[in-house]
Design a protein around this ligand. Structure first.
Ligand SMILES: [Zn+2]
Length: 280
C-alpha cells in the first residue's frame, strides 16, 4: 500500500468521504504498549493492557474500514476490544463506535456533558455533516465527569475534564514503559477553535466555552508530558514522526518539549482569535 499519495491532511472532504482508503495512515507502535491507529485526518490510539485492549476514539464513520485494517495490522482482532473511550462527542471521533461495539461488545465511555449534548442539541455532534442517512450518535455505557482514574491493571488512565472545544471534552494521561524507562503520555481531547469562533458562538450561544477553553489550556500547561498524543493526525506531526521511525529506528514519539509547545501554539491562536472577536 502506498501511503501519503493524496493530500495530507485530506483537503477535499468529498474525496475523503467517498474514497477513505486514499487517506489511510500506517498503523504503528509508538511507545511501549501504545499504538497509533488513526488515518490521515483523525488520530485514534490503542493500549494493550492487562485488562484487555483499550481503544481511544474511532474516527469518521466513513473511515471504519481504515480503523479495522489498522487494528489487524498491529495484531489486534477488533472483536477483542474491551474498552472504547472517547475524547469528545463529535462524529469524527465516534464514527466506528457502533461497529466496534457490535463486533466486540466493548464498554464505551463518553464525557457526561457531551452525552447531554447528544440529547439536547444533537446537531452539535455534527452527525448531519456525515451525510450518512443511518448514522447517528451512540449510547455510551459509562459517563465520565473528568475526575476519574480508569484502572486497566498495568495502565491507569487519568481522565481530566478539558471543556471548551466541546462541553464534555476529556483529556487522558497515562504512563507507558519502554527499555526500562517510564514515560507520561498526554492526549489533549479537543484543541480545535472551530467551535469557539464568532460564527459558531453566534449560532449556538456558547460564549461560556471560551472561558472554559482558556482555563483548560492553563490546566494542561501545568502538566508534564513526555509523549504528546493528538486526536488529529497532523497536530501530532504523525507523518513526519512515522517517516523518521522508518529511517533511523530512534523513537520519534518521545519528546518532552512537544506538549507545551503545542499548547502554547494553540493558546496564541486562541488569544489572536479573541482579540479579533466582535463578541465578548
Ligand atoms: Zn471535535
Amino acid at each position: 500500500m502506498n501511503y501519503f499519495e493524496y493530500s495530507y491532511p485530506p483537503q477535499d472532504k468529498e474525496d475523503f468521504y467517498k474514497k477513505p482508503y486514499r487517506y489511510a495512515f500506517p498503523a504503528c507502535k509508538m511507545v511501549g504498549n501504545l499504538y497509533f491507529v488513526g488515518d490521515c485526518s483523525v488520530g485514534a490510539h490503542v493500549l494493550k493492557t492487562q485488562k484487555g485492549i483499550v481503544l481511544i476514539d474511532s474516527l469518521y464513520p466513513t473511515s471504519q474500514a481504515n480503523l479495522i485494517h489498522s487494528l489487524w495490522s498491529i495484531g489486534v482482532n477488533p472483536e477483542d476490544i474491551r474498552y472504547l473511550i472517547h475524547t469528545h462527542g463529535h462524529y469524527d471521533h465516534f464514527g466506528a463506535t457502533e461497529r466496534i461495539k457490535t463486533l466486540s461488545g466493548c464498554t464505551t465511555f463518553l464525557g457526561r456533558r457531551d452525552y447531554e449534548m447528544f440529547q439536547t442539541k444533537p446537531e452539535l455532534s455534527f452527525v448531519g455533516e456525515s451525510r450518512l442517512e443511518h448514522f447517528d450518535t451512540f449510547e455510551p455505557d459509562v459517563l465520565l465527569d473528568g475526575d476519574e482514574v480508569l484502572d486497566f491493571g498495568d495502565v491507569k488512565i487519568k481522565v481530566v475534564a478539558t471543556p471548551g472545544h466541546s462541553d464534555g471534552c476529556l483529556s487522558f494521561f497515562f504512563e507507558v514503559q519502554e527499555d526500562g524507562k517510564t514515560y507520561t503520555c498526554g492526549l489533549f481531547g479537543g484543541a480545535g477553535l472551530n467551535t469557539l469562533n464568532d460564527d459558531f458562538v453566534r449560532q449556538n450561544g456558547n460564549l461560556y466555552s471560551r472561558d472554559e477553553f482558556a482555563a483548560t489550556l492553563e490546566k494542561l500547561l501545568a502538566m508534564d508530558v513526555d509523549v504528546f498524543l493528538s486526536n488529529h493526525t497532523m497536530q501530532g506531526h504523525m507523518k513526519e514522526k512515522w517517516l523518521k521511525q522508518q529511517k533511523d529506528g530512534k523513537n520519534p514519539f518521545i519528546d518532552p518539549t512537544e506538549w507545551k509547545a503545542f499548547l502554547l501554539g494553540v493558546q496564541r491562536k486562541f488569544n489572536e482569535m479573541l482579540s479579533a472577536s466582535a463578541l465578548n
